[in-house]
Write a protein that binds this ligand. Structure first.
Ligand code: BES
Ligand code: MN
Ligand code: ZN
Length: 495
């Protein structure tokens, strides 16, 4: 696993501005006020900082913008970054500003002079979130793209111990996000179902109880829908159960369920070749569940949370399931498989049923790169949120908003459910082209027990993206880890 960039908090020492190597950052307010570090940098550079503040470009500067003075005179550093940030930023503004610095992070060390600023823990979190690289398969050691993030960041602050303490739980979330990104970015020849399970087993070192169910056990449980998806693959199907018991002994857990299709060819209903390589991210839901469990364990969340992932590969093969096959789910309902490419719901329905059957959860949230249709609806800005319970749904939406993770509620209704009627079985696995994301959610709802508050998150559009976002370089985003971590803090932790 690639570990997040190390951030160290130290007492302010203005003399380091002259001697620090790599990058040095000072922070100015949008109206051009300098703190002692800014004044020192200005003096060292013989007024270069003040000239920037007096310029037309600075007059148009926005909160969170960075101006870089390269090879500044009077300093050992290669760059002086002048970050524009409001005196009293919101947590999101601070995180965005940090991300702007994180984007500039190269292999060199960095010193950020934060003076007595507020929200510096959030700034550090934004920086660490953005300073991510997936270079597991890059062999070059020092090319531009591969600059590495190993060298540390020092943030100098007048109350550095206080800021360090505030950063600890935020760093746990960063670790979770980066763990998710690593999994989602990994190609399918490396991240097989078994390798995925092996990596989840590593969570045991953090105090998470991890069980790996193999095909014989899944067969015994009756998970025929899930097994049917994986039956054409060489990689064996697995369900992994991760339990974090940080809450009261008898408190029902929150259950997180993730779709973990390590590669989705579509099966016999084969996808077109163009873009099929993107389907390495079809385990994104399972990746978010794994990253969230890591974040919770790293900050020792005082809550009971169980994460379950269905790990399968959807391949065309002589043994693969066919369109028209009828399978029996663990619940007992039968499903006519019209399209083998609508496989995620077949995996989830069994894992969701098992989660409720075994854990009687207080609430259940499933995450899946489930439908292309959600990308048509919401693009890459928002995940689709479906729920049978306004209270938990609103709590999630609020948490997502606080973390700046796009989430938009979509409808569920009986009328959509009619589209899933099958002539020969209890239901079909597809409802046709109209409302594709909603019929997928309706399918899943059939496997939600009466009285279980449930949220379905369709993350097909947000799990991995083709251009840089505020908090991540292009590729896997880790969307959802921070929102879920916050939801647990807001709703499930004991005092
Ligand atoms: N994994 C795909 C959904 C997907 C599409 C994720 C694009 C990420 C980006 C899912 O298994 C799938 O193939 N869904 C089908 C459903 C259809 C056959 C009803 C789809 O969206 O086309
Ligand atoms: Mn599919
Ligand atoms: Zn899929």
């Amino acid at each position: 696993m690639s570990s997040p960039i190390p951030v160290r908090f130290e007492a302010t020492d203005l003399d380091r501005i002259a001697t620090a190597e790599g990058r040095v950052a000072v922070i100015v307010t949008p109206d051009g006020k300098l703190d002692p570090a800014g004044r020192r940098a200005n003096r060292l550079t013989r007024g270069a900082v003040q000239r920037l503040l007096d310029s037309d470009r600075f007059a148009k500067a926005k909160n969170g913008q960075v101006f870089t003075l390269a090879w500044p005179a009077g300093m050992a550093a290669e760059a002086l970054d002048v970050l524009v940030l409001e005196q009293n930023p919101s947590p999101i503004e601070a995180r965005k500003a940090g991300a702007a610095l994180g984007k500039l992070k190269d292999g060199k060390p960095a010193l950020i002079m934060a003076g007595s600023r507020r929200r510096v823990a959030e700034l550090a979190q934004g920086l660490a979130l953005r300073a991510y690289r997936f270079d597991a398969h890059k062999t070059g050691s020092d090319d531009e793209e591969n600059g590495g993030t190993v060298s540390e960041v020092v943030i100098a602050h007048n109350r550095h111990e206080e800021v360090a303490a505030a950063y600890a739980p935020l760093q746990a979330a960063v670790e979770g996000v980066h763990a998710t990104r690593d999994l989602v970015n990994e190609p399918a020849n490396v991240l097989t179902t078994e390798e995925f399970a092996r990596r989840l087993k590593e969570l045991e070192s953090l105090g998470v109880e991890v069980e790996i169910l193999d095909e014989a056990e899944l067969e015994k449980l009756g998970m025929r829908a899930l097994l049917a998806v994986g039956q054409g693959a060489e990689s064996p199907s697995r369900v992994v159960v991760m339990q974090w018991k940080g809450g009261a002994k008898d408190a029902a857990p929150l259950a997180l369920v993730g779709k973990g299709v390590v590669f989705d060819t579509g099966g016999i209903s084969l996808k077109p070749a163009g873009g099929m390589e993107d389907m390495t991210m079809d385990m994104g839901g399972a990746g978010v569940v794994a990253g969230t469990m890591r974040a919770l364990a790293r900050r020792k969340a005082r809550a009971n949370v169980v994460g379950l992932v269905g790990l399968v590969e959807n391949m065309p093969d002589g043994r693969a399931q066919r369109p028209g096959d009828v399978v029996r789910s663990m619940k007992g309902d039968t499903i006519e498989v019209i399209n083998t490419d609508a496989e995620g719901r077949l995996v989830l329905c069994d894992v969701m049923w098992y989660a409720q059957d075994r854990f009687k959860p207080a609430a259940m949230i499933d995450l899946a790169t489930l439908t292309g249709a959600i990308i048509i609806s919401l693009g890459h800005e928002n995940a689709g949120v479906f729920s049978n319970d306004d209270a938990i749904c609103n709590a999630f939406l609020k948490a997502a908003q606080a973390e700046d993770e796009g989430a938009w509620r979509m409808p569920l209704a009986k009328a959509y459910d009619e589209l899933l009627k099958s002539r020969i079985a209890d239901m079909k696995n597809v409802g046709g082209r109209p409302a594709g994301s909603i019929t997928a959610a309706q399918f899943l709802q059939r496997f939600v027990k009466e009285g279980t508050p449930w949220i379905h998150l369709d993350i097909a559009g947000v799990a991995s993206v083709k251009s840089d976002t505020t908090y991540a370089p292009k590729g896997a985003t880790g969307w959802g880890v921070r929102a879920l971590d916050r939801l647990v803090r807001d709703r499930f932790e004991v005092e």
